[in-house]
Ligand binder design. Structure first.
Ligand SMILES: [Fe+2]
Ligand SMILES: [Fe+2]
Length: 180
C-alpha cells in the first residue's frame, strides 16, 4: 500500500527517523523491564541497584520522547506490545530470582550496547547531536550490563539459554521497532 508522504521533519532523514523510533521504543521497553523487576524485587537486596538503573532509563526515555516530538518522528505502533512484553520479561525473570533478573539485564544491555555502537558509527558526519546522545546513553547501558554481571548474572540457573533467548528477542524487537 502506498504511504502518504509526510512533511519533512527538520533535519531528519528516513534513516535517522528509524533510529529515533527504535531508540524511543527500546528505552520505553527498558523502563518497563525495570518496572517489572521492581514490582517483584522492590524490597530485595538488589532493589537500590535496580532503581538506579531504572532512573537512568527514565532519563533516556524522556530524551527520546523529546526527540520524537521535536523531529516529528512517528513513534512505534508496537508500544502496547512493548508495554506488556517489557514488564512481563522483567517480572518473570525477577520471579526466578535476583540473579535471573540480572541475567536479563546483562542480555538486554549487551544487545543495546551493540545497537547503540552501530548507530554511533552510522551517525558519524550526519547528526552530531544525536550521535552524542546515543554515545552517552550507550556508556550507561554498558554500565548496566557490567553491574548485572558483577551481581551474579552468569550464576543464574540456565544462564546460557536464558541469555540467548532474551538477546534473540531483543534483536527481533529492534528490527520490528525500526519499521513498524
Ligand atoms: Fe537506556
Ligand atoms: Fe539500560
Amino acid at each position: 500500500m502506498p504511504r502518504k508522504p509526510k512533511p519533512a521533519a527538520p533535519g531528519s532523514s528516513p534513516d535517522i527517523e528509524a533510529m529515533i523510533r527504535v531508540d524511543h521504543a527500546g528505552e520505553y521497553g527498558a523502563v518497563r523491564i525495570y518496572q517489572g523487576q521492581l514490582a517483584v524485587l522492590k524490597n530485595g537486596a538488589a532493589a537500590d541497584t535496580i532503581r538506579h538503573m531504572a532512573e537512568q532509563e527514565q532519563r533516556h526515555l524522556k530524551t527520546f520522547d523529546r526527540l520524537v516530538n521535536e523531529r516529528r518522528v512517528r513513534p512505534t505502533a508496537l508500544e502496547p506490545i512493548w508495554r506488556v512484553a517489557g514488564f512481563a520479561l522483567g517480572a518473570a525473570t525477577a520471579l526466578m530470582g535476583e540473579k535471573a533478573a540480572f541475567a536479563c539485564t546483562a542480555a538486554v544491555e549487551e544487545v543495546i550496547d551493540e545497537h547503540y555502537a552501530s548507530q554511533v558509527a552510522a551517525l558519524e558526519g550526519k547528526d552530531a547531536a544525536l550521535q552524542a546522545t546515543v554515545a552517552e546513553f550507550r556508556a550507561e547501558e554498558a554500565e548496566h550490563r557490567d553491574t548485572a554481571l558483577q551481581n551474579g548474572a552468569e550464576q543464574a540457573p540456565g544462564y546460557r539459554l536464558l541469555s540467548a533467548t532474551i538477546k534473540a528477542g531483543c534483536r527481533v524487537a529492534i528490527k520490528l521497532s525500526e519499521k513498524i
